[in-house]
Design a binder for this molecule. Structure first.
Ligand code: PMP
Length: 368
């Protein structure tokens, strides 16, 4: 929305007669302050955050505990990673490392790249994105459409120098003046959530919250939000929801990195401790398998009208399971990380589900 002013309230420009759309745009862009109501957000960047906190009524009724989903899929780039992307870019700017015409490089499962590319477009930066080749095809398509320079590399373990993380670092190092976002080790990621996601949840619940349950990819969301929640009330439980194939569940439970099994969940689960996760105030962990994730994704869509990606579905399942361990009437918040559109050729494709032997069958919540 451009925040156009009614003709009667315009300044001298309005005296030239009915302005063309271009004139109107110029009028408000050159002098936006008096025209904009407090609720108008400026630009892509201004539209990030302040997402709705959605109580899931049927799930909450079935559990006797309130489950709240922070609707991060309603961010303008479509995911929770818009916050981290903006936080990382603003940190580079503040440190004088990024300015007009600058280049931002990142290795990503997709969403951070999407956020960086769109923030970069708005701010005048070129974006180079390195992605492993095993992610949902929709994300590569979006990145290309948005104007990122996309490099797709084999999905290979972290120990291999061809891993997307290392390729991104090397790519940035080879371009003079380019910055490497490094969402795993750059704690501007976590700080963005401590500054925004956590305080928003406190304000939206009036502080009446018993637990916060979410998965970790970089750990920025759980660590940053968790820190803000704990600072407000140390009794709020911060709980990791982890897919199989990730080492964080064992780490939270035993202090040792260990993993078993595997998962098709995208953007979450990690086998090493990175700076954004290190020291996160995590009290407990729950593990959620892919079948439960898929059942929950379809249950949310069919019963609540909420269309989300796999990590969000895993989060809701984890939140529901953890909520059941708390007294009736407890309030548990989680993160709806991104939308289902991004996974229409996988999680929401019958052939893909059948191939992966996770075709949903549930007609109720018995899978929980
Ligand atoms: N869900 C999805 C779909 C993601 O892309 C990510 C980011 N990798 C996450 C969840 C996890 O967020 P974080 O990096 O803050 O742990």
């Amino acid at each position: 929305m451009l925040g156009l002013v009614p003709v009667s309230k315009r300044g001298a420009g309005a005296l030239r007669g009915t302005p063309s759309l271009a004139d109107e745009v110029r009028l408000t862009v050159s002098n936006p302050a008096p025209a904009l109501a407090a609720s108008v957000r400026t630009g892509f960047v201004g539209a990030i955050g302040n997402t709705p906190l959605i109580a899931l009524p049927k799930l909450s009724a079935a559990l006797g505990r309130t489950i709240l989903g922070k609707a991060e899929y309603l961010n303008p780039g479509g995911s929770v990673k818009d916050r981290a992307a903006l936080g990382i870019i603003e940190d580079f700017e503040a440190r004088g490392l990024l300015g007009p015409g600058g280049v931002v490089v990142e290795g990503t499962a997709g969403n951070t790249g999407i956020g960086l590319t769109l923030v970069g477009n708005a701010r005048g930066y070129r974006t180079i994105i390195v992605m492993p080749d095993d992610q949902a095809p929709e994300k590569y398509g979006l990145l290309r459409t948005y104007g990122a320079e996309l490099h797709v590399v084999p999905a290979i373990g972290f120990a291999d120098p061809r891993n997307y993380y290392h390729v991104a670092r090397e790519t940035a190092a080879a371009i003079p003046g380019a910055v490497w976002a490094n969402q795993f080790e750059n704690t501007a990621n976590r700080d963005a959530h401590e500054r925004t996601t956590g305080p928003e949840i406190i304000a939206q619940t009036g502080g009446r919250l018993d637990a916060f349950v979410t998965a970790a990819g970089t750990g920025g969301t759980i660590a940053g939000t968790g820190r803000a929640l704990k600072a407000y009330d140390p009794n709020i439980r911060v709980v990791l929801a982890d897919p199989y194939g990730s080492a964080l569940y064992a780490y939270v439970k035993t202090g040792e990195l260990a993993f078993e099994g595997d998962s098709n969940a995208e953007g979450i689960g990690i086998k090493r401790i990175v700076a954004n996760f290190r020291g996160a105030p995590v009290d407990d962990a729950v593990r959620v398998d892919d079948r439960t994730l898929v059942e929950m994704a379809y249950w949310l869509l069919r019963e609540e009208g909420i269309f989300v990606g796999g990590s969000a579905a895993l989060n809701v399942a984890g939140a529901a399971r953890y909520a059941r361990t708390l007294p009736e009437g407890s309030v548990v918040a989680t993160i709806l990380c991104d939308g289902g559109d991004r996974y229409r050729s996988r999680l929401y494709d019958a052939a893909w589900l059948a191939e992966n032997d996770v075709t949903p069958t549930a007609t109720d919540l018995s899978f929980l």
